[in-house]
Design a protein around this ligand. Sequence first.
Ligand SMILES: [Zn+2]
Length: 328
Amino acid sequence: MLVAVLLAAVLLGGCSEDESAESAGQPSESVVTAPAAEIAEPPTENNPPEPIASAAPAHSAADGADAPYGLGMPALEPLPAPQPAEQEPPEQSPEVAPAASDEAEALPRLGIIIDDVGNSRSAGERIIALPAPVALAIMPFTRNAQALATLAAEAGKPVMLHLPMENLAGLAIGEGGLSTRMSRADFEAQLQASLNAFTPVQGVNNHMGSKLTADRERMDWLMTQLAARQLFFVDSRTTKETQAAFAAQAAGVPSVSRDVFLDNERTQVELDREFRLALERARKQGAAVLIGHPYPETLAFLERQLPGLERREGVRLVSVQALLRQPH
Ligand SMILES: [Zn+2]
């Protein structure tokens, strides 16, 4: 019986096998079905200790409600029809738009990113179809990277490069990865290759990276390149030692840090718990960033939760660009 459950968990996780690697240090698939009460939540690659307020760039009212969208696009309301990328004004009635929009501006905001996209086309299409500006963080050199980047951009969804970075556990990070052993020339050449792997790329976040993001010198190398391309950075915070947000600010790169991982465990109870936590953070801080992965359980969960969320919970779904902290 237990074997069957575990096997099912492994099979269901097949579309993102690299993600199990991101849960470095966790005792693999058995965690998926373990009762919540037995999970001690040790600090791991995918589940680091909660951000310390002083270490993480805070979402404050100052960088929140009235911050410019910067590189971002206006948050799109439920699922715009894919259109050629002309300038698309939001389809709202002119008479009611101002009041409704002012009210919406005042709501707590939640930005969602789905990492590890690019292997499964159908999973990518499900993310694009979600009724919210959910960002696709696409792995470089994956089979469907370009096709999904194109579809997402056409649908007005944010497109990010999910950049593989060296982790403390020594797990394989896949093609296009950056490590602390690279010379600056090699590091920059690899980075450029990954940034050019598909188009468009509006921003970057780290895949794994518990070792590399703690290396301030290399984070400075990274952010210098992102600044030159006018890209934003989302720190996935796979280690509490991360220097990425500091380096981003220093280099003039708009950035924001992940608040909650949605699906470290993929049971209904845990997905619900983490989603509630993200809503709570958004209410408390004014905004929050939630990261999930293209697991079938996660996609099904979001397909149920996102429609009508603003009405039910009073939390507005926005693109991650709307949550960026602008550099000084
Ligand atoms: Zn990842």
